[in-house]
Design a protein around this ligand. Sequence first.
Ligand code: HEC
Ligand code: HEC
Length: 222
Amino acid sequence: MRIFPIRFFFLSFFLSAAGVVAAPVDEEKGKEINGVCAACHGEFGQGGKRGEYPRIAGQRAAYLKDQLKSFRARQRINIPMYPYTQERELPDEDIEAIADYLAAIQLPTKPPAFKAGDDALTRLRAMEKVMIVPRVEGNLEHGKAVYQKACAACHAEDGRGRGKFPLLVGQYTNYLKKQVDSYLKGERPHDEKGAGGILNTLAEQDIQDILAWLTSIQDSGQ
Ligand code: HEC
Ligand code: HEC
């Protein structure tokens, strides 16, 4: 008779303990995994080769997790990353750790204000993090208007994304262009309307103007 309540007590104690302890952001683990990613995406997740490797620093954590799972499941095809996202290489807890780690990295758009005592190495390291995507040609006013009407609801008014909607500001223009193309070709589903979704409703010049506007607002906010 007595054993049941006791057992029940232990069981519920165990379950609640497991439930309340929210997984801490495993920064060390994230940093370690990033060592592998850095070969292509750069030490600070800043990307490289003018957008062949996208920026992943400061990207929305929920979006990063979605994309890594989608690469792993081969829903989003990415040959270079394929070996790194296999189950054995990248289990769910690693995806959590690396996504949280990358999302927390802030890449300034201006050189920081140094203190008199900062040594050369500190200054150099801080400068390495500064990231500005080159401006591109386009009608900024028109780009802004189309963006606010057609994109802001999901990617946020300032282009920095929210929740599972990715940041677009501060991302390489070449990379964004390539993604728009792959949405339009139906290689990647963009929104709930499927394939290119809302992107299908725009002219090529509209997209160009949006991308130009995005490169013009990098300084705002940060
Ligand atoms: C061998 C090079 C390489 C390595 C290593 C690599 N990636 Fe990538 N990654 C790429 C390329 C190339 C793309 C762009 C694919 C495309 O154009 O669709 C990409 C895209 C991504 C994206 C999508 C970004 C977006 O905005 O949608 C994420 C997230 C990402 N990588 C995370 C990682 C993480 C995390 C690691 C380490 C575990 C990693 N990558 C390792 C080459 C690499
Ligand atoms: C209804 C919500 C919604 C709207 C509106 C929207 N997007 Fe998106 N966008 C998404 C989602 C969700 C994703 C990620 C999809 C995926 O998993 O591939 C995305 C991804 C993207 C990407 C790829 C980013 C990356 O890092 O790979 C680009 C580029 C993009 N959107 C551009 C636009 C533009 C330009 C507009 C306006 C014309 C727009 N989106 C409007 C939901 C939206």
